[in-house]
Write a protein that binds this ligand. Structure first.
Ligand SMILES: Nc1ncnc2c1ncn2[C@@H]1O[C@H](COP(=O)(O)OP(=O)(O)O)[C@@H](O)[C@H]1O
Ligand SMILES: [Mg+2]
Length: 265
């Protein structure tokens, strides 16, 4: 199983839209996908009509507190090949509570391992909260690759704090990064400033970019994913390219944890 975590410490940069679209796009390529909502705001949970976002039963909160097993809270979605773990508001308080325990950042990783989730899915896609938090740390630990959306210069600045957290939690650097421009084509000046800031930080943008697309914004109203809602839109085309780029991260004959190259003396 390859784990993709969509992350940045900035609300509104496109994380949930990308997480939902990645899961849907991967499923349409025949991959068995588990999508997990780690955002207490439960955006994806609402798009999938997978809970009221309030009660903890049947959600990740129940699994992290040991009330239910992780397998018990994995639910079908009505879409072929996509299974889902819902979020609820209590996740935020739970994050504060678990931070008192040693080793709390690996709680989710341990649940995944204990229940052999990796044998049941080809991809795990995780949507993250909007702030640095203990729950975000749990989204960081299991990831083989991070997808980081940038919709503003603020998002580039927020990424600096996420990157510090990556360095702290994953010092081996055994992960891949996709820096994705998101919803910037409607504002070419801002897009140029974001690109300049990324270049200052020597961050290479991904090949795929998610153009501004009114249909993508409307998925919020209708739920599901852009592939189901408007399969012939720019949004669906861009998300398909991102899905292919994400798959290629793992298909190049490279593993998610490549050996360090040997450098001749
Ligand atoms: N490429 C895009 N074009 C137009 N609107 C977008 C695009 N990507 C995201 N949006 C809209 O921007 C808002 C924030 O996106 P969302 O995915 O919820 O961000 P986050 O999860 O980072 O808070 C939503 O209303 C969403 O519909
Ligand atoms: Mg979100």
């Amino acid at each position: 199983m390859n784990t993709l975590t969509v992350i940045n410490a900035k609300g509104g940069c496109g994380k949930s839209t990308i997480a939902m679209s990645l899961a849907a796009g991967l499923s349409l390529q025949g991959k068995r996908v588990l999508l997990m909502d780690l955002d207490p705001q439960a955006q994806v949970t609402q798009w999938l009509s997978a809970g009221d976002g309030l009660r903890p039963e049947g959600t990740l909160v129940s699994a992290l507190t040991g009330q239910q097993s992780l397998s018990d809270v994995i639910q079908p979605t009505g879409y072929a090949n996509i299974w889902f773990v819902a979020s609820s508001a209590g996740l935020e308080d739970l994050g504060r509570e678990i931070s008192a325990n040693d080793g709390y950042p690996t709680m989710l990783t341990e649940l995944l391992a204990r229940e052999s989730v990796a044998d049941r899915f080809d991809f795990l896609v995780i949507d993250s909260p909007n702030q640095i938090s203990p729950i975000m740390e749990n989204a960081i630990f299991p990831a083989d690759a991070f997808v980081i959306p940038f919709e503003s210069t603020k998002a580039v600045k927020s990424y600096a704090s996420v990157y510090q957290l990556l360095l702290k939690l994953r010092p081996n650097g055994d992960y891949k990064l996709l820096h994705v421009l998101s919803n910037l084509t409607r504002l070419p000046g801002l897009r140029r400033r974001v690109l300049a800031l990324l270049a200052d930080d020597k961050l290479e943008p991904a090949k795929s970019e998610i153009r501004s697309c009114g249909w993508l914004a409307q998925v919020d109203e209708y739920g599901g994913s852009i592939f189901h809602f408007r399969p012939h839109s720019n949004g669906a085309e861009d998300m398909k390219a991102l899905v292919e780029e994400a798959i290629a991260l793992f298909d190049n004959g490279q593993t998610a944890h490549p050996e360090m190259p040997r450098i001749a003396a």
